[in-house]
Design a protein around this ligand. Sequence first.
Ligand code: HEC
Length: 103
Amino acid sequence: MRTYICIFALLAVPQLAAAAPFPKADPAAGEKLHSAANCAKCHGARVGGDGSRMYTRPDHKVTNPSKLLAQVRMCNTQLNTGWFPEDEENVAAYLNRKFYKFK
Ligand code: HEC
């Protein structure tokens, strides 16, 4: 069993590199979740426009992938969407791909 997991990890390495830092997440699913929830509405009420300036404002708070995931969780809790942890990772992966670009 352990050998099997190791082989799997080796095979998965190139994909990990491509999708880091949220290797198991699905950014496309995250994009759908992000627009279905009211994330942008609340952000937009604070920073204007479509709310994406929340992620790009010069003094934005998120400076690494774990802070990104933590902030998605925190905001998500306020919305009470009932997302699973995988959903939160998908959204973090989407925001990373589109805005943060952490490697
Ligand atoms: C009730 C209002 C509200 C809702 C709803 C909300 N957010 Fe936020 N969000 C905020 C506020 C306020 C901040 C800024 C926090 C700060 O500056 O410390 C923020 C900041 C963030 C940041 C960090 C931006 C940065 O780099 O500084 C992320 C990422 C984020 N929200 C994701 C989400 C996601 C994903 C959702 C939808 C599930 C969501 N938020 C829903 C209010 C909200």
